[in-house]
Write a new protein. Structure first.
Length: 514
């Protein structure tokens, strides 16, 4: 989301005559786009501010305007100004005000006018801003991100996002679909639909359903709830399932991903769309946060361990080839050793293909900071985090080993950062694949079935066979150039199901983690 916001801000600055430079010494304005989701992220920003001040001041008499934008600007505005760390501040909903803040600050310096804090800051949250009319400035590449909604209404106890990003609001359906179509026509091969709670997307611009009419499908997955009433906001709205379906149909040779979702919003209509369209990637992010029902209740997540596992069962029954990823927090308020063991067991039972694991850090203004005690000591948090990481790596090693000898369709992203001779890309399930020198023969089969000399480049789809694995990645050899349609015609799916891979609860029942 921050990467997408940076592209939007570049579009806004471009409208005001600015162009991007990658050298702070050459810049008139230096802006840091920030995150407040964890304390470590904020520490990095303060460190970077110090580096920039040291870097720019010896070289320039007219030092660049230094600004902080994004969530940290919203959360720590007073501290940033008190420590005289930055010149201007703009929150995530105030990106349009950045050029004006820069102009006013520069004018104040020229005139010798002392500016008030309000002249140098805009952190007003909005219930309407989506930047739908701003053309982002993107790097040319294989993938592009499209922001479809902003903010979050879930109010999880640990999370600062509703305070820094504001209430949920969605872009109009037509503007999203048109932007995705434009990217497809420009040659992008993958689009990432973005939102703080992306699958709660609801375009209400068409107004509510007439009195007495009901929405055609349930709002939430079975066993899940929320602190707000979905029918008040979603009744009659264009749903995420409808948006996802339209994008898939409009761009059949473009992969479609989305993040970051909430498990509660994986109702059957969303799952049916993911199942039906081969260009929608077969990987779902399922942030669990904890494996303990007691801790989940304290977190105000709106579901139990049992409801989460039931949803995992349903997803794997409907889409056997699906890969699942998750977020997990260790050491949340009141977490016991028994709660921690339930989280380790959840990792084993579900068999995640990717996991983002963190130690809990208290964020001010959250429900947990106001009402709960951060009573798990740092050493215990770190130990539990290390145990979870070790557990996850064992599970992932087994899952990746099961990929060896399987066929996959890989979207080539370019050369590896470590070795120009090695190509790298991702499978439809989001797994990183490397094709070392020699694994791509000088001639490959093409759609005609004949072998031809071809040059593989970023944006190509390759049919590959996995030849080796580690916990971190897969190694493959290229078999042919392909398209999504051609691969599905031969294999029936972008992710052929492997023999022996159990898709019942636990996901790893047929495998050993020894």
């Amino acid at each position: 989301m921050n990467g997408s916001d940076t592209e939007i801000l570049l579009g806004i600055m471009k409208q005001h005559g600015y162009s991007r430079t990658y050298s702070p010494e050459a810049a008139n304005v230096v802006l840091l786009n920030t995150c407040s989701i964890r304390e470590k992220a904020e520490q990095k920003v303060f460190s970077r501010i110090g580096e920039l001040k040291r870097l720019t001041s010896p070289f320039r008499a007219d030092k660049p305007v230094l600004g902080v934008i994004g969530c940290m600007a919203e959360r720590l505005k007073s501290r940033l100004f008190e420590e005289k760390a930055v010149d201007i501040i703009a929150g995530p909903d105030a990106l349009r005000s950045v050029p004006g803040l820069v102009d006013l600050f520069c004018k104040g310096l020229q005139d010798g006018t002392e500016l008030s804090l309000s002249d140098r800051m805009d952190v007003q949250l909005s219930v309407e801003e989506t930047y739908a009319d701003v053309a982002p400035v993107r790097k040319r590449g294989v993938s592009a991100a499209v922001s479809i909604m902003r903010g979050c209404d879930n109010m999880c106890a640990f999370c600062v996002v509703p305070r820094t990003r504001g209430r949920e609001r969605s872009r109009e359906f037509d503007s999203v679909v048109q932007e995705v179509r434009d990217l497809y026509e420009q040659g992008f091969k993958e689009v990432l639909l973005l939102g703080q709670n992306v699958n709660s997307y609801a375009d209400t611009s068409r107004g509510p359903l007439p009195s007495g009419q009901q929405h055609a499908s349930p709002f939430y997955a079975q066993g899940f709830s929320s602190v707000y009433k979905p029918e008040k906001r979603r009744n009659g709205a264009v749903s995420f399932a409808e948006l996802l379906r339209e994008c898939a149909v409009a761009c059949p040779e473009m992969r479609i991903r989305f993040t970051s979702p909430h498990p509660k919003d994986f109702s059957d209509d969303v799952l049916e769309v993911v199942k039906a369209h081969h260009n929608i990637c077969k990987v779902l992010h399922m942030p669990a946060q904890s494996g303990s029902t007691r801790v989940l209740q304290s977190m105000r997540r709106g579901y139990s361990r049992e409801a989460y596992l039931t949803l995992v069962d349903r997803i794997r029954t409907m889409i056997p080839e699906i890969a699942l990823s998750t977020d997990l927090l260790m050491g949340f308020c009141g977490e016991s050793e028994a709660d921690h063991q339930e989280t380790l067991d959840l990792i084993q039972r579900v068999g995640y293909d990717q996991a983002f694991l963190f130690a809990y850090s208290e964020r001010s203004q959250t429900h947990a900071a106001r009402h709960l005690q951060d009573d798990v000591d740092p050493a215990t948090k770190l130990r539990r985090l290390q145990e979870a990481i070790a557990h996850y790596k064992k599970v992932l090693t087994v899952r990746n080993e099961a990929e060896v000898s399987r066929r996959h369709m890989v979207l080539v992203e370019g050369s590896s950062r470590r070795d120009d001779a090695t190509l790298t890309g991702k499978t439809c399930t989001g797994k990183r694949v490397f094709l070392p020198a020699g694994s791509v023969p000088p001639s490959l089969k093409c759609s005609s079935g004949e072998e031809q000399q071809v040059t593989i480049q970023a944006g190509d789809y390759l049919a590959v066979t996995i030849v080796a694995s580690t916990a971190a990645c897969l190694t493959a050899r290229a078999d042919s150039k392909t398209t999504i349609a051609e691969f599905v015609e031969v294999h029936g799916s972008t992710v052929p199901v492997a023999t022996g891979l159990c898709s019942s609860r636990g996901g790893l029942t047929a495998m050993s983690t020894e």
